[in-house]
Design a protein around this ligand. Sequence first.
Ligand SMILES: [Zn+2]
Length: 437
Amino acid sequence: MNKDNRTGATAFTDARVIVGDGTTVLDDAVITVQNGCITGLSQAPAGDLTGATVVSLRGKTVMPTLVNPHGHIGYMRGAACDPGCYSRENILDHLRRFVYYGISTFQCLGTDRNGIEIAIRDEQRSGTLDDPDLATFFTAGSGLVAAPGPGQASGAPFFAVDAVHQVTDPADGRAFVRELAGRKVDAVKFWIDDRGGAAAKLSPEACREIVDEAHQHGIQAAAHIYTVEDAKVALDAGADILAHMPRSPGPDQELIERLVERDTAVFTSMSVQGPTRTEWLDDPAVRETLPATAIEELRGRMQARGGEPLFDTGETYRRLQENFATLHQAGVRLVYSADTGLLAQLPGLAEHRELEALVEAGLSPLEAIEFATRRSSHLLGLTDRGTIEVGKRADLLVLDADPRADITNTRRIADVVLEGRVVDRERLRRQWRTDGE
Ligand SMILES: [Zn+2]
């Protein structure tokens, strides 16, 4: 598989295809692709393939590429997560890492510095940034937190304290969102969190102004919350997305009913809070893009936590898994979110670890894949991707092993196909090897 088939027809034959709808798997299927889109999908025999380039995928499993609607791009470099690493080059590097690991689409939620992300997104959308090996990029620009009072900390994420806008009063919140809308942000992100009592918290009035202004411009508003109380403030304000599930205490009946009734999206964001197991660092897929020194640094940092999560506690995580099951059974719209780009959430790998966390929380592998493909595409309003179906973009994650047997098989990547074009992963790997020396 090494041909560029953007214009001629290609038939990928003999493949096992996971469609991405949560249930359908086709054995011995044929996917025909032309002009970057899927033009046919059938079980063999495929009929007349005359004129098409035939590529056999015997023994492989094909699934849609992943779509991650929540992460923070540009801050990680090796094992570090630091504002000093943030640059246009590092953002582009992360967009390449996503593609390398089969993530076609990524949205950054609220940690843009100096409009660099919006500029990259605009260049990509207008075609002036002509690099096919970058994930499709969405960004919320800079998010909003409460301006800290005397003796208070910022409620912003630790690596992005000065990248976000500090809201002084409700009118200021509205004015900043109007400015963001002028730059056509893909979402508006705001943090409602006093960080355990240390930080200033956005008032309910400010939240209402922020969300209302976003809605005036047809933009979805995503609220960072960790508690039931803050989740209700977000819902009162009209937020469309909760960027996390409430942790401890878990969701009460009132919250669940409101989430279901409004069809509010709740991001899973589980792996970022998971126990610090280190075995995944030994996966060859990690070594392909990360220098050994960075891997050992991450390992040491996690071992020092003695199995406790880098963020919060194992007890909280168990509650989070229970809350996940409760919300899912109640019919709440849970949507995949890897919260990539901080702690040990390595760009491109965090996305696969989130799938693993979803399966550990009780989803079947096919359900977890649906969360990370069809559902997350739908959240971003993308109708051209998310499943392997006729008319969709030919974005394929080709695997050496079946993720139904073990969800970590999504990391056993044979090839990534974007719009029908096979990504030259070897070239990308060589680039990172050179960088690491
Ligand atoms: Zn986040």
